[in-house]
Design a protein around this ligand. Structure first.
Ligand code: GLC
Length: 579
């Protein structure tokens, strides 16, 4: 038996792999890509105002090449009053001065491409900001006008229209309708906003709206982006007549439990809410796909669609629609062998059935970071956001250990994987943010009942000894960074055997070397219910979700999420082996 715990790492130079960007159908770049989500305001701040920006990102791109990712996805950096951290867009075709200029974007894109990184931008089509010129014109225009027809304006109910048009709730809490005030000061119509009141929903039945978004797609495609992450891609069409809807009490937490509302998708057999996953959305994506296909270079769309079951989600990625959809069923799976096997099988079946790669994701800017989430207790299973007063406070060491094991498992799976900035450092959710620092609309709309998503959005640490851990030379940070982040800073982990950063680098290098993204899962029998064991090509992966150690087979250890003690795989540990 040979166990080599020294985990030497040899990262193949980029561009050496002839399979990395082959245009041939079936081996397009996005089918096996590891895509790194950059949340611009929290990545790197060049201007010194405490909010990250595009120039900051450009400066730090080489670190992502060293990590070994294939592409970056940028959360919104467009003109916005920032009421929902940029997911409230006031101009889709310009950069918010907070983040820089279009020239800064072009420079970032050029730098990314020169480094061999693809670049995906975030498209937010379900709603605009209430500051968008279209919505301002709609408010100024008369009832029934063409300007109002671009949004979802309706008369109220009740004797004098004093009640909202229906009973829908906003994802962020409170009603999904806000009443307008007419020019003469009298109360007017209501408008729909599935999210914050500053995010009015567009009416996607309106051809004018469709035409405008084709133009927006072309604007960014012409600039050379490699694709779009499509925000709320299950929400753009609403059921005719906007019927009342009450979610079943046990409809699950399709929003990752952070306030992206309980009934955001459909769990199993629960009915489809009249505002999510309506059939009409598919026509829109087919139309967009034709636009993308006019361009060379395998441009892609990935759907943010909180839809279950997976067989239904797979309809978003049929051959003439989007290319990928985030696998939130996987993200929401607890750290338990049977559940993990079930969701992997279900994902591969569902996506392969329509010719799409499966995707895998454990963290993003909307959910509790998985280094914390995986240690939450039954009192708070996925974390409705988590703060100092939440039940089920996690044990940090357990969370990190499970997160490392879960990431090692995920990165061995075939398909495309999404990483969220900072997870490669093992960052936890910041639980004890002071109330006055919180900015998530969820926090305000629920009067502090739900903490929301600020805890996963804290600016990331680059250098242990620098001001703001190297996030900003000015030392400013729009959300306060924890005082104990020096050891998890990137420079404290580079080259340190066993660090989370080196674990990710090794996993990505091996994934590339063994072509795991284009592989297949071949389950290995004999390990028991609580152990996830499979082969993907030459690599055997064994993850122990149980409370007891498991004896490993004879073979060479390629990677281990924790240092191995002899031939035993401890609880909450994953290895990759060559048998
Ligand atoms: C998506 C985004 C989230 C945003 C919401 C409204 O779910 O990921 O951050 O708040 O859409 O745009």
């Amino acid at each position: 038996m040979t166990f080599d715990n020294s985990v030497a790492i040899v990262v193949p130079a980029r561009g050496e792999d002839p399979t990395s960007d082959l245009p041939a159908t079936g081996r397009e770049w996005w089918r096996n890509a590891v895509i790194y989500q950059i949340y611009p305001r929290s990545f790197a701040d060049d201007s010194g105002d405490g909010i990250g920006d595009l120039r900051g990102i450009t400066t730090r791109l080489p670190s992502l090449v060293e990590l070994g990712v294939d592409a970056i996805w940028l959360s919104p950096f467009f003109v916005s009053p920032q009421r929902d951290a940029g997911y409230d867009v006031a101009d889709y075709c310009d950069v918010d001065p907070l983040f820089g200029t279009l020239a800064d974007f072009d420079a970032l894109e050029d730098a990314a491409h020169a480094l061999g990184l693809k670049i995906i931008v975030d498209l937010v089509p379900n709603h605009t900001s209430s500051d968008h010129a279209w919505f301002r014109a709609a408010l100024d225009a008369a009832e029934g006008s063409v300007e109002r027809a671009r949004y979802m304006f309706r008369d109220g109910t009740g004797e004098s229209g004093e009640l909202p048009p229906n009973n829908w709730d906003s994802v962020f809490g409170g009603p999904a309708w806000t009443r307008t005030t007419n020019a003469d000061g009298t109360p007017g119509q209501w408008y729909l906003h599935l999210f914050d009141s500053t995010q009015p929903d567009l009416d996607w039945e309106n051809p004018w709206v469709r035409e405008k978004f084709r133009d927006i797609l072309r604007f960014w495609l012409d600039r050379g982006v490699d694709g779009f992450r499509v925000d709320v891609a299950h929400g753009m069409i609403k059921e005719a007549g906007l019927p009342d809807y009450t979610a079943p009490a046990d409809s699950g937490s399709m929003g990752g439990g952070v306030g992206l509302e309980p009934e955001i998708g459909t769990h199993g057999d629960t009915p489809t809410p009249p505002y999510w996953a309506q059939d009409g959305v598919h026509e829109i994506y087919r139309d967009w796909r034709q636009v993308l296909d006019e361009y060379e270079g395998n441009r892609v769309m990935v759907a943010e669609a909180w839809v279950e079951p997976l067989t239904k989600l797979a309809r978003w990625v049929r051959p003439d629609e989007m290319h990928q959809a985030f696998n939130f069923s996987y993200l929401e799976t607890t750290w338990a062998g049977p559940a993990i096997r079930r969701v992997i099988d279900g994902s591969l079946d569902a996506f392969t059935g329509v010719g799409a790669p499966s995707t895998w994701v454990l963290s993003n800017h909307d959910v509790v970071r998985h280094a914390t989430r995986l240690a939450l207790t039954a009192d708070n299973p996925q974390g409705h956001g988590i703060g100092p007063k939440s039940p089920g406070q996690p044990i940090p060491e357990l969370g990190l250990r499970r997160a490392r094991a879960a990431s090692a498992l995920m990165l061995a799976l075939p398909g495309s994987a999404y990483l969220y900035q900072g997870e490669e450092l093992g960052l936890p959710e910041v639980i004890d943010l002071p109330d006055h620092a919180r900015e998530d609309p969820t926090w305000f709309r629920t009067n502090g009942e739900r903490y929301g998503r600020d805890g996963c959005r804290v600016p990331i640490p680059w250098e242990a000894d620098a001001a703001a851990y190297g996030f900003s030379a000015s030392g400013k940070s729009w959300l306060p960074q924890p005082a104990d982040w020096a050891p998890v800073s990137r420079d404290a982990q580079v080259g340190v055997p066993g660090s989370t950063l080196e674990l990710y680098r090794l996993a990505l290098a091996l994934r590339h070397e063994h072509d795991l993204g284009f592989g297949a899962v071949d389950w290995l029998p004999g390990y028991g219910e609580t152990v996830v064991a499979f082969r993907n090509g030459a690599v055997t992966v064994i993850a122990n979700t149980s409370q007891t150690a498991v004896e490993l087979p004879v073979g060479e250890v390629l990677l281990s999420s924790e240092e191995l003690q002899g031939s035993a795989l401890a609880p909450d540990q994953t290895v990759w082996m060559r048998l």
